[in-house]
Design a protein around this ligand. Structure first.
Ligand code: AMP
Length: 114
């Protein structure tokens, strides 16, 4: 299922270009258009899921996290450490209503977030 109004569904459909770094039957990883770290990749489900709060398929969640880990390894940031985060809803800072995990690394990341 996809949503014609959804930016990330349109990337999955190939209607909007993205720099893909990994893909399988259920998940897609591509570079964030506004990188906040030397490596900043988004990992998304190919089918529309609005946010983590709307995710009911545990196997899909596991597949997304596995792709995030594999992307970190492929990007060469796993040894030094990296961050995987998903912003959820208005207070979480979510700006695109399609579940995505940010994979951030390549520099020392600060904590806590703002
Ligand atoms: P969030 O604010 O957590 O919902 O994250 C949305 C992310 O999508 C932001 O980091 C944006 O920079 C990123 N983004 C928005 N449009 C695009 C696009 N066309 N291609 C790649 N990343 C995008």
């Amino acid at each position: 299922m996809s949503n014609a109004q959804c930016l990330f569904c349109r990337i999955v459909a190939g209607e909007i270009p993205a720099t893909k770094v990994a893909e399988n039957a259920d998940c897609l990883a591509f570079r964030d258009i506004g990188p906040q770290a030397p490596t900043h990749v988004l990992v998304i489900p190919k089918r529309h899921v609005g946010s983590l709060d709307a995710l009911s398929d545990g196997a899909l969640g596991a597949a997304l996290l596995a792709m995030a880990r594999d992307v970190a390894r492929a990007e060469g940031i796993a040894a030094d450490g990296y961050r995987v985060v998903t912003n959820t809803g208005a207070n979480g800072g979510q700006s695109v209503a399609h579940l995505h995990f940010h994979v951030l690394g390549g520099r020392k990341l600060t904590w806590p977030p703002g």
